[in-house]
Design a protein around this ligand. Structure first.
Ligand code: ZN
Length: 367
């Protein structure tokens, strides 16, 4: 698949950018005329914020996708808005998709968490652990929508932290996927097999753009998770995880790759091409591991002998007005063998030391 022919820069929704999406940005997007007609209110969150769906296409195959079930995971929401723009523009592929599938998209399932940039909803419940109990209005809204639509496929859209690498390689998991299990033995039902093959199709299409940067998530069964529940009900469900791309803390590059992954998945489904992919190839996608720090400080004992040899630093994402700032904290110390850094700073190197001293937050943390 030639993604450059999609002209991503022409369809990218420029009103949203970076890690935080405000409700006014979202509302101005969904109030655009072309989208407004396809919009409907599903219900309200704990704090009475509206939760919307956008429906596009008129085909027989029904796809349901939702993003920002975790409020601080905006990358896939940006990609969903890009997808809506793409499908609203006249193109051969867009028309083919719209005539063969009906897409129901919930851009923000957890608007209260989105507002304050938290994973959980306003009752501090992780909606992805609430799917048996359905104790929260947001969980019930998704479950009712699922019952109403009876989708043929579900896409569960998330962000993952910067800590994930692919296999044992020093490569960030820029994208990760999972065909959730539907039982403890992780059997492969027909629906799970379909999810796996769609993931193989995405992996094949994107691996030249992201060599060794696509991973597979751990598939332990958890019936409280929404993906596992829908898979158990027989609906092929795919977990998409947007992760780190080098230097891209705003996740604008990753957003583009998620857009391509969505287009690939939808076009494989709409073109009835799933059976051409092999289950074995799913297991050939390396599993993720958690070996990255944002910064790996080498020879940190040279700063102060109270420190171990090396320090692993991660960033905490904090909402400040309408943007996200990244505050460093020490996650681990020691020899940190087999760990990687998105950036390395060696305290035997004067340039690196100067950098550490000139960065206000790192200086306060370490000196
Ligand atoms: Zn998530």
């Amino acid at each position: 698949m030639n993604f450059s022919s999609l002209n991503y820069q022409d369809i990218k929704e420029l009103s949203v950018h970076g890690r935080y999406i405000s409700s006014s940005q979202l509302h101005s997007f969904i109030n655009k005329n072309s989208i407004h007609k396809k919009l409907s209110l599903l219900g309200n969150s704990v704090d009475d914020r509206p939760i919307y769906k956008v429906t596009l296409g008129s085909g027989k195959i029904k796809i349901l996708m939702w993003s920002q079930m975790h409020g601080n995971e905006t990358t896939t929401t940006k990609a969903v808005l890009d997808l809506i723009n793409y499908l609203n523009k006249d193109s051969e592929l867009a028309n083919q998709i719209l005539s063969s599938v009906t897409l129901t998209m919930v851009p923000v399932l957890n608007p209260d968490g989105a507002k304050v940039y938290t994973r959980e909803n306003a009752n501090v419940i992780d909606l992805n652990r609430d799917f048996l109990e359905l104790s929260q209005p947001e969980s019930r809204i998704l479950r009712v929508l699922y019952n109403e639509i009876k989708p043929d496929y579900c896409f569960n859209l998330h962000d993952q932290r910067t800590i994930f690498n692919v296999g044992s390689l020093e490569k960030p998991a820029t994208l990760s996927f999972l065909a959730p299990a539907h039982d403890i033995d992780r059997n492969i039902s027909a629906s799970r097999g379909e999810s796996m093959k769609i993931i193989v199709a995405i992996h094949k299409a994107l691996s030249s753009l992201l060599p060794d940067q696509i991973g597979r998530y751990d598939d332990a069964f958890n019936p409280n998770c929404v993906g596992d529940t829908f898979q158990l009900l027989g609906t092929p469900t795919i977990l998409f995880e947007a992760g780190h791309y080098p230097e891209d803390y705003q996740r604008e590059k990753t957003r583009e790759f998620i857009f391509y992954a969505l287009i690939r998945a939808i076009s494989v489904i709409s073109g009835s091409k799933i059976e051409g992919y092999s289950l074995d190839d799913y297991f050939n996608i390396p599993e993720n591991n958690k070996r990255y720090f944002d910064l790996l400080l080498i020879n940190s004992h040279l700063i102060n002998n109270k420190y171990d040899q090396n320090i692993g630093i991660l960033y905490k994402e904090v909402l400040d007005e309408n943007s996200i700032i990244f505050n460093p904290y020490i996650e681990a110390t020691g020899d940190l063998k087999d760990c990687f850094g998105h950036k390395y700073l060696d305290c035997t190197d004067q340039n690196d030391l100067n950098f550490l001293k000139s960065d206000r937050k790192l200086y306060q943390l370490l000196f």
